[in-house]
Design a protein around this ligand. Structure first.
Ligand SMILES: [Zn+2]
Length: 203
């Protein structure tokens, strides 16, 4: 069998290989080599560099996919916000207000009391007392469903932020960044919804 002398591409040491060998490890420096048998010349190529390049490419593809996911997530969240938040005059979206249910309850209960007082003092017909009772009940119902919507919004926001954090951290680790931003976006620590049984603590 024909034996050819080749040089290790890692350290330059002479290596003897026969023509059937395609891969070899240099005994001097430990490089993994591919033996390339061209018609005119036999030479070696370091495999690790090749693998490293392939790994880097795969990471780049993964980073692109994750960045794409991130964009989709942000766009999805913005679309959701459009449906839930209020657009102010200057065009910015403002989140549902935690104070709103309390205001609705306060105003409707106050209105109901005033109506009933007016009936009691004889300024209004008796039928208006029914309205004085119905208004706070309706107000309470509206406030309750608003508070439920607010809770859904806050849960969705938490889900969005934790998914976003996961994507950002994954991209940072693929890029080899030392530390992904560990702090998650701040969110009101305690949400007090008046007249609800408990204020949920979120972190
Ligand atoms: Zn070598």
């Amino acid at each position: 069998m024909k034996v050819t002398k080749v040089c290790c591409q890692g350290c330059g040491s002479p290596l003897a290989v026969n023509e059937t060998i395609r891969y070899a490890t240099c005994n001097h420096c430990g490089s993994n080599l591919e033996i390339i048998h061209d018609p005119s010349v036999t030479h070696t190529r370091i495999l690790e560099k090749l693998e490293r390049t392939t790994d880097t490419l795969a990471d780049d593809v993964k980073i692109l996919q994750l960045q794409n996911d991130l964009q989709l997530l942000d766009r999805e969240w913005e679309r959701y916000r459009e449906t839930v938040c209020f657009r102010s005059e200057n065009g910015t979206l403002s989140e549902p207000s935690a104070a709103f249910p309390a205001v609705v309850r306060g105003v409707t209960i106050g209105g109901g009391i005033i109506l009933c007082m007016a009936v009691w003092l004889g300024n209004l017909p008796w039928g208006m007392a029914l309205l004085g009772i119905a208004v706070p009940i309706l107000g309470n119902y509206a406030a309750h469903s608003y508070a439920g919507g607010l809770r859904d919004y806050r849960r969705a926001k938490e889900r969005y932020q934790s998914r976003r954090y996961g994507l950002v951290a994954a991209i940072a680790s693929l890029r080899g960044s030392p530390e992904p931003p560990r702090k998650r976006p701040a969110f009101p620590a305690r949400i007090r919804i008046p007249f609800m049984r408990s204020g949920r603590v979120e972190s």
